[in-house]
Design a protein around this ligand. Structure first.
Ligand code: FES
Length: 543
């Protein structure tokens, strides 16, 4: 490669695990940003090696990137384990890449720092601000209802993604990068910097310099991802009004860190922490506004002693040290604890006979009138059934109906696709209805909104009660009481259970077959059973 010994001898070798790809607009700047990371590594006396990993472009991967999160986690772990490297820079940001890179790095447990992609700029069309995802769903509903025409839709398409960077609402990407910072895996303030801001370039080079020091200090992911850091991540998740997906990813990250974490823990934290980031889809602003308002450092400053500020981060100093000098410059974007966007429960965890192992809802993104509701079920047995019938006027849907989607979970989907925001039936859309109670074992995009109960566990494809629901059954949702029940007596449910049979396996070869055999349920983070727990595989001895 044209290097000689002075390039690498006695220097830490730093892997840059780069998820750049030409098909991923969120990471389009990573090709050049990796050069900034290298500049920092060289300045600090390290030897950089760029090692590409799969990109998981959220909008282009079938059937869903979630099916491949664990594949990227495995790839990251094995890239780190199998190459002669001493430390790692992880470059990601598009939804599943952040948890996957952190999971792999935790299992490999070499010194590692995360360089978040940063959000893209605000969207804009016809004088209106556009938010990633959220405005897609809004304008798509308007297009289906005939409220707007194709030419408006076309302008929305051209105005919604104005730069490189990940989605700029508080979707899964912004939530997970905020969580990576709260956990301590980024430099202070890194996750809020827009992708195209010159400070992002500086942050990349600083991360390169810092990881070389981390190698000499032997500061490893297992030193950072402590139980207290995981709790900080849950607190920040709730305070930013984070994506429901974050719960699954944090459960998986905790599993790799060997930290016991349960859905109940999220339920407790969600009761205690208000939403103070006024960002769509729960609020009004976007990530660019959040950055100007003080970013995540400003928000964590406001959270104060709700966080354990003594946790060590990649800086080698405490989380609290990283907040020195932070402030909030716009009290409407980052609210005070006394004047929150939503007083509690960014994500509420529900239990009941329809979800014995739990499910989640994002009340802040739902119409409040539906948070206590009893209504008759309309059941779709899978996605194709739903797509074929949902707009049919004979469906008989009313605003009180509860739409049920079965077989959309980790195995049934497969991969829990983001189908949980079931479309409102067209006849109701035309009456102006924009929200209904919807229940599934699927996930929902973090940019989505609506009264959508998600991640029902166990899923219907493995015999969960969701698979026993029939048209007309009464469903009770009570978010304040954290309850989700199927109002059908146990005798009838037993009868239905005795005639239930699982769907045919979808894969008989390849990654899909391995995935189906080893994937866990949503309430435990959907990791593979053979990857949970601390530590990578011991190296075989070669003589
Ligand atoms: Fe990459 Fe939304 S498509 S973060």
């Amino acid at each position: 490669m044209g290097r000689d010994e002075m390039d690498y001898q006695d220097k830490p070798v730093i892997a840059i695990v780069n998820t750049w790809s030409e098909i991923n607009p969120c990471h389009a700047h990573f090709r050049e940003r990796a050069e900034d990371v290298k500049r920092g590594i060289l300045q600090a006396g390290g030897f950089p090696i760029e090692l590409p990993a799969m990109s998981l472009s959220e909008t282009y991967v079938k059937p869903t990137t979630m099916m491949y999160r664990n594949m990227l986690a495995m790839e990251t772990e094995e890239i780190i384990r199998s190459h002669p490297v001493d430390g790692v820079v992880l470059m990601g940001g598009c939804d599943k890449t952040t948890p996957a890179l952190l999971m792999g790095a935790l299992s490999a447990d070499l010194p590692a720092i995360f360089v978040p992609a940063g959000p893209m700029l605000r969207g804009n069309t016809r004088g209106k601000v556009l938010g990633s995802g959220s405005d897609v769903w809004k304008y798509w509903a308007d297009l289906r209802a005939g409220v707007i025409g194709e030419e408006v839709w076309h302008d929305v398409e051209e105005g919604i993604a104005r730069s490189t960077g990940h989605c700029m609402t508080m979707g899964t990407a912004s939530t997970m990068t905020a969580i990576s910072e709260a956990l301590g895996f980024t430099l202070p303030g890194a996750s809020s910097i827009p992708a195209v801001d010159s400070n992002h370039i500086r942050m990349a080079a600083q991360s390169g310099r810092r990881v070389v020091e981390m190698v000499w200090e032997d500061l490893k992911p297992s030193d950072i991802a402590t139980p207290a850091a995981l709790r900080n991540a849950m607190v920040v998740d709730m305070a930013v009004g984070g994506s429901t997906n974050a719960i699954i990813h944090l459960l998986a990250i905790a599993g790799r860190a060997g930290v016991p974490l349960t859905l109940e823990n999220f339920g407790e934290v969600s009761r205690e922490v208000p939403v103070i980031a006024n960002i769509r889809p729960s609020g009004a602003y976007l990530m660019e506004d959040f950055y100007y308002a003080g970013g995540l450092r400003g928000l964590m400053n406001r959270l104060g002693d709700r966080l354990d500020l003594s946790c060590i981060t990649v800086t080698g100093k405490s989380l609290g040290d990283g907040l020195d000098g932070s402030d909030v410059y716009n009290d409407d974007v980052i609210r005070s604890l006394d004047d929150p966007v939503y007083s509690e429960g960014a994500t509420a965890v529900l239990f009941g006979n329809l979800a014995p192992n739990g499910c989640v809802i994002k009340p802040a993104a739902a119409e409040s009138r539906l948070l206590k509701h009893v209504g008759p079920a309309i059941v779709f047995r899978d996605y194709n059934d739903m797509a074929a019938r949902v707009d049919n006027p004979d469906l008989g849907a009313t605003p009180d109906s509860v739409l049920i989607l079965q077989n959309a979970g980790p195995i049934g989907g497969p991969g829990m696709p983001e189908w949980g925001q079931l479309p409102i039936p067209k006849p109701l859309l035309e009456q102006g209805i924009r929200d209904m109670v919807r229940i599934s074992d699927a996930r929902m995009s973090g940019t989505s909104y609506g009264t959508c109960v998600l991640h029902v566990a166990p899923e219907s494809a493995v015999g969960g009660p969701l698979g026993l629901v029939r048209d007309g059954d009464s469903i009770e949702l009570d978010v304040a009481e954290r309850r989700l029940n199927l109002l059908v007596d146990e005798t009838e449910l037993s009868r239905r259970r005795s005639t239930w049979s699982p769907p045919e396996p979808r894969y008989d070869r390849g990654f899909g077959a391995m995935y189906s055999q080893h994937i866990g349920q949503a309430d435990s983070g959907c990791d593979f059973d053979f990857l949970v727990g601390r530590g990578g595989a011991p190296e075989p001895e070669i003589h």
